[in-house]
Design a protein around this ligand. Structure first.
Ligand code: PLP
Length: 426
């Protein structure tokens, strides 16, 4: 073996996995078991007291999930990771370690619609107050900082229009405020953007999308960059203060640069309970093996489709950061040189009726509310996900009556363009 470090595609296939020591199985087995036998009473006591690492119960950890955690940590360049049941579960578990009731976090206004709901309603009921900032105006993050701010939350490639966020600029604001920067990297995947390289302290994913990649399994993951000092200023007592449920140990002191991932597991996942099924971990691991191949094809197809739409007479405008004319093209060149992702919006000259007509005439694109599938997907937000908003609110959230969102799949691009052509023209 040479001593060169493995590249991204090698890690996508191998990181965290080895042949099963008992059976020789080459694929990672699905450890479909709730619990694990202790060696003896001392072993059991040390596992429960966090003095030894090992398996206890699948709500807290499972060997199939552990391979997934190690693999995504390697791909993102983090120190450790924790897999959970969904992207939304990842967001709850992360913020529960950081916020006490009455605290605040700053979030970019351009986010996945489900996250906007979660932050506005569910988190409010926990006493966690979201303060919105504009990812296109870095100073708006600075202005939003108060003594109660505990974190900043952004998306690397942001919903709904696939805009690119200036992660480094916002990480500078977070550093100055003394709070961690959390980046939702779902739409980019680590193949396109590695937020930790640009100053993120915590990365979260919906594994449901490009990482799993096949539209068949929900999952979420939290990656700890190992960069944040949780002990300063007494702001993060979950990490810096003695834990009564673990014989008074302090997590940062005991676990150093992976203390945050440990806190998410032994305080968040253990007590809140959103464990990932080992079967889903297996499906997502299989998906990740082909992440580099799929992502490149997604991006190449998306660019071809965006170029076709930009030249079509029925189309008013296309928002795709991979187009040279796009407002986010400079940021795309810096942060995502391999491609600007596969989720973007465009608007139709014919307005609402043209949007409804398009989704009903498309045959290869599936009309549904998801992204990051091998299959191409389409949605008309104004008549579906955003239909409850008034027209002004629709426009403000990037879901005006004329807007259509695509998630471009890995089919032949000629077939995708032919499908759009027949649906737009007819
Ligand atoms: C889908 C999605 C989520 C939520 O993930 P689930 O797995 O559906 O809970 C969060 N952020 C982004 C960007 C998403 O696309």
């Amino acid at each position: 073996m040479s001593d060169r470090l493995p590249g991204f595609s090698t890690l996508a296939v191998h990181a965290g996995a080895q042949p099963d020591p008992t059976t020789g199985a080459r694929a990672t087995p699905i450890y479909q078991t709730t619990s694990f036998v202790f060696n003896d009473a001392d072993h059991a006591a040390s596992l429960f007291g966090l003095q030894a690492f090992g398996n206890i119960y699948t709500r807290i950890g499972n060997p199939t999930n552990a391979v997934l955690e190690e693999r995504v940590a390697a791909l993102e360049g983090g120190t450790a990771a924790l897999a959970v049941a969904s992207g939304h579960a990842a967001q709850v578990v992360v913020l529960q370690q950081l916020l006490q009731p009455g605290d605040e976090f700053i979030a970019a206004r351009k986010l996945y619609g489900g996250s906007i709901n979660q932050f506005t309603h569910a988190f409010k009921s926990f006493g966690w107050n979201v303060v919105w900032a504009d990812p296109d105006d870095i100073a708006s993050f600075e202005r939003a900082v108060t003594p109660r701010t505990k974190a900043i939350f952004i998306e690397s490639i942001a919903n709904p229009a696939g805009s690119i966020t200036d992660i480094e600029a916002i990480s500078t604001v977070a550093r100055k405020a003394g709070v961690p920067l959390i980046v939702d990297n779902t739409l980019a995947s680590p193949y396109l953007i590695r937020p930790i390289d640009h100053g993120a302290d915590i990365v979260v994913h919906s594994l449901t999308k490009f990482l799993g990649g096949h539209g068949n399994s929900l999952g979420g993951i939290i990656v700890d960059a190992g960069t944040f000092d949780w002990s300063t200023g007494g702001k993060y007592p979950m990490l810096s203060e003695p834990r009564p449920e673990y014989h008074g140990i302090r997590l940062q002191e005991t676990f150093g640069n992976f203390a945050f991932a440990i806190a998410c597991r032994v305080l968040g996942l253990r007590d809140l309970g959103p464990a990932l099924s080992p079967f889903n971990a297996f499906m997502i691991l299989t998906g990740i093996e082909t992440l580099p191949l799929r992502m490149q094809k997604h991006c190449d197809n998306a660019k071809a489709v965006a170029e076709f739409l930009a030249g079509h007479p029925a189309v008013a405008s296309v928002n795709y950061a991979g187009l040279a004319s796009d407002k986010y093209n400079q940021l795309a060149r810096k942060y995502a040189p391999r491609g600007a992702g596969a989720v973007f919006t465009f608007s139709l000259k014919g307005g609402y009726d043209a949007g409804v007509s398009l989704v009903s005439k498309l045959q290869l694109f599936s009309h549904l509310a998801n992204v990051g599938d091998t299959r191409s997907l389409v949605i008309h937000p104004a008549s579906t996900t955003h239909s409850q908003l008034d027209d002004a609110a629709k426009v403000k959230s990037g879901a005006g009556p004329d807007v259509v969102r695509l998630s471009v799949g890995i089919e032949d691009k000629e077939d995708l363009i032919a499908d759009l052509e027949q649906a737009l023209g007819a």
